[in-house]
Design a protein around this ligand. Sequence first.
Ligand SMILES: [Zn+2]
Length: 64
Amino acid sequence: MTYDRLVCANCAAPVNEGRCPVCRANRARLQQEGPFGGGLNPMALIALLAILIAAVALLAHQTA
Ligand SMILES: [Zn+2]
């Protein structure tokens, strides 16, 4: 998620500039989410892994 265009509700300045404590708190929270922006959660990863294992097992069963 990009936050460079996000405007603070407290000081009406871009959150990216961190002019007030609210800006800095929001900026820190958004940066914590990382490059995936919280879109990829551990449950999704586990589900993806399970599908991958099932696909490999199915493929191995067909070729054997
Ligand atoms: Zn602010």
